[in-house]
Design a protein around this ligand. Sequence first.
Ligand SMILES: *Cc1c(COP(=O)(O)O)cnc(C)c1O
Length: 347
Amino acid sequence: MKPVDLRSDTVTRPSAGMQAAMTAAPLGDDVFGDDPSVNALQEKIAAMLGFEAALFVPTGTQSNLCAILSHCQRGDEYIVGQMQHSYRWEAGGGAVFGSVQPQPISHQPDGTLALADIEAAIKPDDPHFARSRMLALENTLGGKLLPFAYVEQATALAKSKGLTTHLDGARLFNAAVAQAAQTGGSATHEARRIAQCFDTVSVCFSKGLGAPVGSALCGSNELIGRARRVRKMAGGAMRQAGVLAAAASYALDHNIERLQEDHDLAMRLARGLQGIEGLVVEPPQTNILFVDLTGSARDQADALLKHLAGQGVMATGLYRLRFVTHLDVDAAGVDRAAAAIRSFFGR
Ligand SMILES: *Cc1c(COP(=O)(O)O)cnc(C)c1O
């Protein structure tokens, strides 16, 4: 039986339609700036999110690195949440390559950084301190949608203190679809509203959008010009990258609105796990479901993961399990995952 792979939304394979778009893509040498498919993608995502320019990069990690090193100089710092990817999961790249110091802040339960904490972290102009240069937020953060009013307030605060702002929007379109469900607006309208609060925005095509590779950093011509140099330095300038850009472009045309299906499936899985003793199921806001094992269920964590693997159900975590829904799982797969967990607990 085909495994139900809920480890991440990065595991999707390009669909037949996407592969056809990749095969048909006109190509050039993007280091010379003449790959038409890369140029078209960059123009499309920049226009969609309301920026002057965009840069296609191989990964979200490199996109965040390009942002940090384009906003900040050696000896500057950026304010960031403890759990944000650009602080915790990127091997300290801003510090290693740019001598840029992160100033991490603890998150509130809803994923936000308290405005008072941000304000307190901004240093005065004093030779004792690193120069506070940038505020970095992430949306969605662990699958949570940052409230839009908060995004407006936090970025306005940063700007009022002379800081620039960067959004790690690896899952910006998941945020936009969830926000659209609240406001009744379209997902692309909401994506643009969120993005326009920031000086730069990074989006991943290789997550829920279903492309095999790639991210884009969006910003002003000046900032993207600087980011282009960082990308070169980091080894991320690619040649006939249009074959990848075409997949990303296809994803923007076909796979945004359907993210709602992934959100619905995460909720379906959450409902399927209700009422099992020792499991605390956090109601998912988008496509990521966290399930905490408590009490005696904790002692069974290893055995549970082995049981799931035996049933062809893949997830990450141990005491805090993470299930991510995406384009390549369906309701039957999610129901199989729920049944495998219930059978383990004898329910
Ligand atoms: C996945 C992810 C990234 C980038 O990941 P890559 O594997 O480098 O493409 C960055 N930020 C967030 C929030 C992510 O989820």
